[in-house]
Each structure stands twice: as C-alpha cells, then as structure tokens.
Design a protein around this ligand. Structure first.
Ligand SMILES: [Zn+2]
Length: 318
C-alpha cells in the first residue's frame, strides 16, 4: 500500500459518516515510517504506552493495530499504569515519523521512549515491561489531554514530576498512581499558588536538594501528625468533599493517596526557606526554626529533639 492510504484517512476524518465503510484491515497497512495525517503532541513526561494509545485513539485503532500498521512487533501484554511500553530505536523512529515529530523532540517529551545503547539495525519492536510501584505513571490532566488528542480521549498517563503535580490552568492533580481519575483541586486554591511558588524555587541552584529534604520532612510530619495536623486535616476534608470518589473507591485511604497534594503548599514553602538559608557554619538553628515557623504560618515549631527539621538543621550540611 502507498501513502495514498494515509491521505485517504484525511478524507475520512473530514467525513465521519463514511468511517463505517473503512475496515480495520485498511489501517493495518499504514506504510512503515510514513508520516501520519494527524500530529499528536506529547504531554510532558508522558508514558510511552500512553502516547501510543492516544495516537491509536486518534486513528480509531487499538494500540496493537497501530503498532502493527507501522511495522512494529509488539511483545508481551500490559496495561497502564502498572506497565510501560519500551520501544527499540527503529520502533521509536517509526512512531516519531507517524506522529510527525522529530525523534529527538519525542525522546525529550517521553522519558522512557528509547533505551540508550540500543542497536540501530534490529527490527522495530516494542516490549511491555512491568513497573514497580514507585516507577508508575499517574493520570494527566484530562483537559490538557483532550486538548492535545484532537478530542479523541481525555485519558493519559505521565511520569510524576513534583513541579507538575498540579495543573494550574485546569486545577487538577494526580498525586498517586493508585488514583484512576484526577483530583479536582478548586476547593484548595492555595495549591495553585504553591505551583507558581514551586516554579520560582526551580530557579535556585539548590532547588533539587532543598525540595528532596523538604518533602522528606513534611512527609514525616504528616505521617506522625506533627505541627500542621489541623491544617492538613481541613485540606484533606475539602479535597474529599470536592472529589467523592476519593472516599468510595480503591483500597488505599484518601489520606494516603492525596498525601503529596495535601502537604504540597508547606513542602514548597519549606523548600524555598531551606534553599535560602546560609550554609551551616553561619547558621543558628534556633533562628532558622523561628524563621521557618513564621514562613509556615505557625507561632512556633513544637520543641522536639527528634523533629526531622531540627535534626536536619543541627546535623546536616547542605
Ligand atoms: Zn490541564
């Protein structure tokens, strides 16, 4: 078959009533490495399987039909978010051609797309690989997804990035892969403010270490109900009221699956405060604790020698 087939798809897309006359067999013969008629933009950090599925949805195909149609052999079985699709170099090249994206652009957007050191001469192949719980992608914002899918789907999965926890425009977030739908965050407006503050933090040279430390500390405060318990309980209750499915589905508790979201504003505030602190030889732990309590909107941080923030400020150099 020639590129005429793909051109014919354009005519069909323009005349939905004629779709029924096209058999799947036609689409199984999309020419290998030929540009598709539709350009489907990837979402930042999108899972490869998610992008492939959205591309297939756009052409009204299953994922295996799409891959087969461009000459990619699919091995194994899997579903998102528990598994990810790994493509070898030639498969990635064919997918990029179909998607009408230069391969380097697609590789930047899809962090798991091409494996380093992969042989270029091998036949195009895709493998499903199971992911550990900590590697699994989370649901992407449904409105951003629809916008980038020619309205074909609102479902996409992206590998989590802390600075992209909240979609500030559409006020959605997915703090845990166990959530099968996104959490609407409009009832907690401080999450959008925290998102913007987080982007400012990223400009700081110590942003990454400050974020990692802050998240470890606020997570421990949350799990051990320290300092901010009342504020976090209130925020969790608001999120549950706006998202009834949080309390009615799934085996994990809402307190657990929304933890990163509930503690997000204080994690950002603490990370920014830590990034701005002087290095240790000039640091006064008592003064730093008072300053951080003030930033967090607390009269003081309860005195406890084992408090993770106090331990960090006293014993760790950064
Ligand atoms: Zn969005």
């Amino acid at each position: 078959m020639s590129r005429t087939d793909v051109t014919a798809r354009t005519a069909v897309a323009a005349a939905p009533a004629q779709r029924a006359v096209l058999t799947t067999e036609v689409w199984l013969r999309i020419p290998s490495a030929a540009p598709g008629v539709l350009r489907v933009r990837p979402l930042p950090f999108e899972a490869t399987a998610s992008y492939g599925q959205r591309l297939a949805d756009t052409y009204q195909l299953t994922l295996s039909q799409l891959l087969d149609g461009v000459g990619i052999t699919l091995h194994g079985h899997g579903t998102l978010p528990a598994a990810e699709l790994h493509l070898n170099h030639n498969a990635a090249r064919r997918l990029a051609a179909l998607a009408r994206f230069p391969l380097p652009h697609l590789t930047r957007a899809l962090p798991h797309l091409a494996l380093p050191g992969d042989a270029h001469g091998t036949a195009a192949a895709a493998h499903w690989k199971r992911l550990g719980a900590e590697q699994q992608p989370v649901r992407a914002c449904t409105l951003c997804t629809r916008h980038r899918s020619h309205d074909a789907t609102d479902t996409a999965w992206a590998h989590p990035a802390p600075q992209r926890l909240v979609c500030p425009r559409d006020q959605q977030a997915a703090p845990d892969p166990r959530l099968t739908s996104t959490v609407r965050t409009w009832a907690v407006p401080e999450l959008v403010a925290a998102h913007h503050a987080h982007q400012r933090l990223l400009r700081h040279p110590r942003a990454l270490t400050a974020w990692t430390t802050a998240r470890a500390i606020t997570t421990r405060w949350y799990d051990h109900q320290q300092h901010l318990t009342h504020r976090w309980h209130t925020r969790l209750a608001r999120l549950c009221a706006a998202n009834p499915r949080l309390t009615t589905t799934g085996s994990a508790s809402p307190a657990l699956v929304t933890r990163d979201l509930v503690i997000y504003p204080e994690t950002v505030t603490l990370a920014r405060a830590l990034a701005a602190l002087p290095n240790r030889p000039h640091r006064d732990t008592g003064k730093a604790l008072t300053l951080i309590a003030h930033r967090l909107g607390l009269p003081r941080l309860a005195s406890n020698a084992n408090d993770p923030l106090r331990v960090f400020l006293t014993h760790t150099r950064h």
